[in-house]
Unconditional design. Structure first.
Length: 198
């Protein structure tokens, strides 16, 4: 059975189908519609920084964490080229040192759904909740299991998995079926899930 490449291998071999080099339109819409004022934000699993850099341009105080150093190096270069300040750090969300700083807002595009078991998914929800201030917001873009596909694509969760996993620690403010802002055709279906810490 062929084994799946690790994220590190994917970045080294440039097999990164999620990469667009632009902000995801769902994040832009969310910021515009919610009128969320600039605040501290974590881009969890930030990749090469596209979303964090856009947020920094809007005045947000951005931290971006990814455990692949190649992605972080590229994110730093992109931020420098864009003339914005972001704190991009090589960090494993599952191996955080104690006493982390807290955030007002956490965004993840395609990290939550990477968790491989219900145990890991549940732990991820706990980690995100722990990193947020009371009343903090989490916006997650998640592969949608309603999409039947034959080839490769992002991992997928059902709506009931998303709600069952997140509701113990978060109020779900909206859960919308949509599509990743992607260069792939057709773009993979996703869930846009907006949550507030209980
Ligand atoms: C599907 S990619 C999305 C990247 C980026 N959010 C984007 O939209 O371009 C998922 C990202 O999560 C990162 N990642 C996966 N597990 C991680 C972990 N435990 N800690 C930090 N980053 C992780 C991967 O290296 C990868 O960059």
């Amino acid at each position: 059975m062929p084994s799946h490449p690790t994220f590190q291998e994917r970045y080294e071999q440039e097999i990164t189908p999620w990469e667009t080099h632009r902000v995801d339109r769902a994040l832009v819409q969310f910021i515009k519609q919610s009128k969320l004022a600039p605040c501290t934000v974590l881009d969890a699993g930030c990749g090469t920084g596209n979303n964090g850099i856009w947020l920094a341009k809007q005045g947000f105080d951005v931290t971006g964490w990814d455990f692949v150093i190649k992605a972080i190096v590229e994110a730093k270069t992109k931020a420098e080229q864009a003339g914005v300040t972001c704190l991009f750090e090589q960090t494993d969300l599952f191996n955080l040192p104690p006493n982390q700083k807290l955030f007002d807002f956490i965004f993840d595009r395609g990290l939550f759904h990477c968790c491989k078991s219900s145990n890991q998914l549940g732990n991820f929800v706990k980690i995100i909740a722990k990193l947020l201030h009371p009343n903090g917001l989490w916006l997650s873009l998640i592969g949608n299991a309603d999409e039947i596909r034959s080839g490769d694509g992002p991992p997928q969760l059902t709506a009931s998995q998303v709600t069952r996993l997140t509701e113990p620690l978060f109020y779900i403010e909206s859960l919308t079926a949509s599509f990743f802002d992607s260069d792939q055709q057709p773009p993979p279906k996703n869930w846009i899930c907006q949550m507030r810490k209980r």
